[in-house]
Write a new protein. Sequence first.
Length: 277
Amino acid sequence: MIENLDQNQIILIVTLMTASAVIVGFMAGLFGIGGGLIMVPVLFYIYSFIGIEQKFIMHLALGTSFSIIIPTSIISTITHMKFKAVDFGIVKTFGVFVVAGIVFGTIFAVSLKTSSLVLLFSIMTAIFAIYFLIEKEKINPVPKQINLIYKVISGFLSGFFSGPMGIGGGVFNVPIFKIFGYSIKVAIGSSAAIGVLNATAGAIGFAIAGSYLSANIPLSLGFVNIPTFLIFVPITTFMAKIGAKTVHKVNKNLLGKLFGIYLFFISCRLFLEYLKF
């Protein structure tokens, strides 16, 4: 455990966490994501390095990631609200199904984690990446009237796949909102708001699961590590505010292309993870 680490190793871990927090916070504000796809691999490496029990490492990384996403997404949402870029109508009607999906996804993540899920996630993000790279932003987009059944299915699936990956769901929600007819900026702002709901459900789920499984990980509430949370949050919340403000200074078409590139990068990284199974 950490008491066995020397000073240089502790400095390395804190530096790695700090650098990750800067990137996660900025990306959360800029793209309406939680940042879990960046945090989880970093936390997995750190927890492996300090000697956390092998069978609980991924669960701890996922649960802690969700806990960090909560305040990060709150700050991101508040900043987007100042630019009138959050549609609380879609947040309420879509968000409830996302939360339902993430509850089931979290249960799935605790009991089973398969290579098929990672591969499917990779394929879906690749499809969304292509959509953003070829789609041109409309001058004055008008949200479509979406049938409830489409909201139920897309919301549930977004949440279900977010749970096992420890993410706020922005990689799914932003593309879905764009398909629903929202501008890229409103899609990002609304996704950040739903990220708060996603992460809260996920963090509670992993905290309870860790207690239920008697993980007994030092300085942790179930599968949520408190010191990691305290290191990340001041940095991610500060950077999320900067990222969210940047959204409203960037050309809409450029922002869409940047999001497409980001999704393509995530898709490739996940596919490489799949090949390791």
